[in-house]
Design a protein around this ligand. Structure first.
Ligand code: FAD
Length: 570
C-alpha cells in the first residue's frame, strides 16, 4: 500500500518498474458470427441465409458475457455428490452457475432442436452456423446440446416414445432440476454405449435387459450393468445399449432410460465417479452403474446398433462443426495477437515467416468450415429426401460417407492446428488466461469420441462396401470443380487409383480417407473460396508443395489476402 501511494505521488519514482505496452487489446465485445467471414459466406451459399440476422445477434451476445461463463465453467469443475448428508444415495452432479448459463443459452437459441422445429429450408445448415457461433464461448456444453439434438432421429424409431419425448427434447426452456421431464416440459438427453471392456466394439456390451411385461419394441425392461463413459450424467434421459434377454441368443438393443422416473423417484442409475479428464472440464463425464434401472426399448429387439447409429451420425456431424469452431477460435486468437504484438521492430503479422504460419492456419480453418457447412446441407437434403419417401438418394449416400470422412480429417487436424495457434502467442499462449490452453485440451476429444481415428476410417470403408454407388456420388460432388485447378484434378485421379487394390485397403484406410477429405475440401474451396485460399490449399495440400508442419505454404502464396479474412476488425 505504501509503495502504491508513493508511486501515485511520484510517477517517476525509481521503483516504478514498467508501463504496459506491446500487449494486445481485448477481443471482448467482438461479434463472433459477423467476424467469421467464411462462415457468413457459407451460410448464404448453402441455403440458410435466412438465419443470418439471428446468428449475428447470437454472435454479438457470445462475444460478451458468455466468454466469462466459458472460463468460469472450466475453472470450477463439476462435483459429484453420491450421497446426501444422511447417507441416502442421490447421484447428483453440482455444476457452477456458469455451466447452466451456457446450457440455457444453447437451449434458448435452439442449438439442440432447430431442424426439428423449423419449417424453414436448410435448417441443419442454419443450426450449424448458430452452433459454431455459440462454441466461441466454450466447447464443453456443446456435448449435451449435441446429444439432445441427435437423439431425435433415433427416438423416431419408436413412434409412441417419440410422441412422448420429442416435444420435451425439442423444447426451448432449460430446467436442470431433478424432477420428471414431463413435469418440466423439457429434457436434455445423453447416451451410454461405452463399457470397460469395449467402446468402439459396442457389440461386446455386457449390460443386460430383462423384459418386465413381455418385451419387444417400446416395452419396459430392467437394465443391469455398467457404462464406462456417460457424459452429461445429469441429463433427463439416455439412450443405452444392452443385451435384450428375450432374444435368443441375447441381442444388443437400444433403450431409453430416464434418470428420474415418472413418479418422481430416482431410477437405479448410479454415478460411481467422474472422469478426471484432459480437458472438457466444464462438462461432467461419469462412470455409471445400472442396478435394475427401468427403461423402454427403442426400435426392434436386436436392432440396437442400427437404431442408435441414427444418433451417432448426428453427433459426428457436430464433431465436424465443432472442429471448424475450434479452428475459428484458434485463428482468431493467433491473427489478433500477431496484428498487435511487435518483435524485432515489426508487428508479428508483418514478419514473413509468421505470415506463413498464420496463413497456413487460416487455410486449414477455411477448408474445415467449408466442409462442415457443405456437410450440414447434406443433412438438410437427406432429411428432405427421407420425408419424400426416398431412402437411398444421392444426398443420403453423400451424407453417410462425407460425415465419416469429414469427422476423421477435421478432428485429426484440430489438435496440431490449435497448438500452432497457441504458439503464435508465444509464452502468453501457454497461460490459461489466453484461453488457448482450454482450446488445446479440448482439441483431441472429438477425434476420440463417436468413432476414434481408426474406427472412423474403417467406417468409411464399410460405407463404401455397403453401397459402392456412394463413391460415385462422392466423386461427382468433388468433380463439380473439374477443370478449375489442374492440381485438384490430378489428385482426384490419384484418389480413384487408391481403390484398385481392395486387399490392402484396410491397412491403407487412413491414407485413403485423408485423400478423400482433401479432394472434397479442395473442390469446395476451388468452387467457392477466395482465389488466394484455394490456391494455397491446392499447392500445399494437394500438389505436395507444403511441408508437414504449419507455416510451410509456398513463398508465392498471397499471405495477406488469406490472413485478412481471419483478422477481427476492431
Ligand atoms: C471425454 C469423453 C466423453 C465420452 N462420453 C461418452 C458418452 O457420453 N457415452 C459413450 O457411450 N461414450 C463416451 N465416450 C467414450 C468414447 O466414445 C470411446 O472412448 C470411444 O468410442 C473409443 O472407445 P474405447 O475408449 O473403448 O477405445 P477402444 O475401442 O479400445 O479403441 C482403442 C483404440 O483402438 C482403435 N481401434 C479399435 N478398433 C480397431 C480396429 N478394428 N482396427 C484398428 N484400430 C482399432 C481405436 O481407433 C482407438 O484408437 C467418451 C469418451 C471421452 C474421452
Amino acid at each position: 500500500m505504501a509503495s502504491t501511494l508513493a508511486q501515485a505521488k511520484h510517477p517517476d519514482a525509481p521503483w516504478r518498474t514498467h508501463t504496459v505496452f506491446n500487449q494486445v487489446p481485448s477481443l471482448e465485445g467482438l461479434n463472433v458470427f459477423d467476424s467469421n467471414v467464411p462462415l457468413v459466406e457459407a451460410v448464404e451459399r448453402e441455403g440458410a441465409g435466412w438465419v443470418r440476422e439471428r446468428a449475428s445477434a447470437l454472435g454479438a451476445f457470445v462475444g460478451g458475457e458468455p466468454q466469462q461463463w466459458g472460463r468460469l465453467a472450466n475453472e470450477n469443475k463439476p462435483v459429484l455428490r453420491t450421497h446426501d448428508r444422511y447417507g441416502h444415495r442421490i447421484d447428483e452432479v453440482e455444476f457452477h452457475p456458469a455451466w447452466h448459463q451456457l446450457m440455457r443459452m444453447g437451449v434458448e437459441h435452439e442449438l439442440h432442436c432447430l431442424p426439428w422445429r423449423s419449417e424453414r429450408p436448410c435448417a441443419h445448415t442454419a443450426r450449424a452456423a448458430m452452433y459454431m457461433t455459440a462454441m466461441q464461448a466454450e466447447a464443453g456444453f456443446a456435448c449435451p446440446i449435441t446429444m439432445t439434438f441427435a437423439v431425435v432421429p433415433a427416438l423416431r424409431a419408436q413412434p409412441e416414445l417419440a410422441a412422448q419425448w420429442e416435444p420435451l427434447v425439442t423444447a426451448t426452456s432449460y430446467d436442470p432440476r431433478s424432477i420428471p421431464a414431463a413435469q418440466k416440459g423439457s429434457a436434455i438427453t445423453g447416451m451410454a454405449m461405452t463399457e470397460k471392456q469395449g467402446g468402439s466394439d459396442v457389440r461386446a456390451n455386457t449390460t443386460t435387459a430383462t423384459p418386465l411385461n413381455g418385451g419387444g419394441a417400446g416395452a419396459e425392461y430392467e437394465l443391469v450393468g455398467h457404462k464406462w463413459f456417460c457424459s452429461a450424467p445429469m441429463s433427463d434421459a439416455f439412450l443405452v445399449l444392452a443385451q435384450a434377454g428375450d432374444c435368443e441368443p441375447p441381442a444388443l438393443s437400444c433403450f431409453l432410460l430416464p434418470r428420474i422416473l415418472p413418479d418422481g423417484s430416482r431410477n437405479e442409475f448410479h454415478i460411481q465417479r467422474l472422469k478426471d479428464k484432459l480437458g472438457n472440464h466444464s462438462n461432467a463425464s461419469a462412470e455409471i452403474e445400472l442396478h435394475g434401472a427401468w427403461a423402454q426399448m427403442v426400435g426392434e429387439p436386436g436392432r440396437g446398433v442400427p437404431t442408435i447409429i441414427e444418433m451417432v451420425g448426428h453427433t459426428r456431424l457436430d464433431c465436424v462443426i465443432g472442429a471448424a469452431a475450434g479452428m475459428r477460435a484458434a485463428v482468431l486468437g493467433a491473427t489478433h495477437h500477431a496484428a498487435h504484438r511487435s518483435a524485432f521492430g515489426k508487428l508479428l503479422i508483418d514478419q514473413p515467416l509468421m505470415r506463413n504460419v498464420l496463413a497456413d492456419l487460416c487455410v486449414e480453418w477455411e477448408a474445415s468450415t467449408a466442409l462442415a457447412m457443405r456437410l450440414a446441407r447434406a443433412y438438410d437434403e437427406a432429411h428432405a429426401d427421407a420425408e419424400a419417401g426416398e431412402h437411398d438418394s444421392d444426398a443420403q449416400l453423400f451424407k453417410r460417407l462425407a460425415t465419416a470422412v469429414g469427422k476423421y480429417w477435421t478432428c485429426k487436424r484440430t489438435p496440431n492446428h490449435c497448438f500452432e495457434a497457441l504458439e503464435c502467442l508465444g509464452g502468453a499462449g501457454y497461460v490459461e488466461e489466453s484461453g488457448m490452453p482450454r482450446l488445446y485440451r479440448e482439441a483431441p476429444l472429438a477425434s476420440i469420441w463417436e468413432g476414434s481415428g481408426n474406427v472412423i476410417s474403417l467406417d468409411v470403408l464399410r460405407a463404401l462396401a455397403r453401397s459402392p454407388r456412394s463413391l460415385e456420388v462422392y466423386l461427382a460432388e468433388v468433380e463439380l470443380a473439374r477443370g478449375a485447378d489442374a492440381r485438384l484434378d490430378a489428385r482426384v485421379e490419384e484418389l480413384k487409383g487408391q481403390f484398385a487394390d481392395a486387399g490392402s485397403l484396410e491397412s491403407r484406410a487412413r491414407r485413403v480417407v485423408e485423400s478423400m477429405a482433401l479432394c472434397l475440401q479442395g473442390s469446395l474451396l476451388v468452387r467457392n473460396g477466395p482465389a488466394a485460399v484455394a490456391d494455397a490449399f491446392c499447392a500445399s495440400r494437394l500438389a505436395g508443395e507444403g511441408g508437414l508442419e504449419y507455416g510451410t505454404l509456398p513463398a508465392g502464396s498471397d499471405f495477406e489476402a488469406i490472413i485478412a479474412r481471419a483478422r477481427p476488425s476492431l
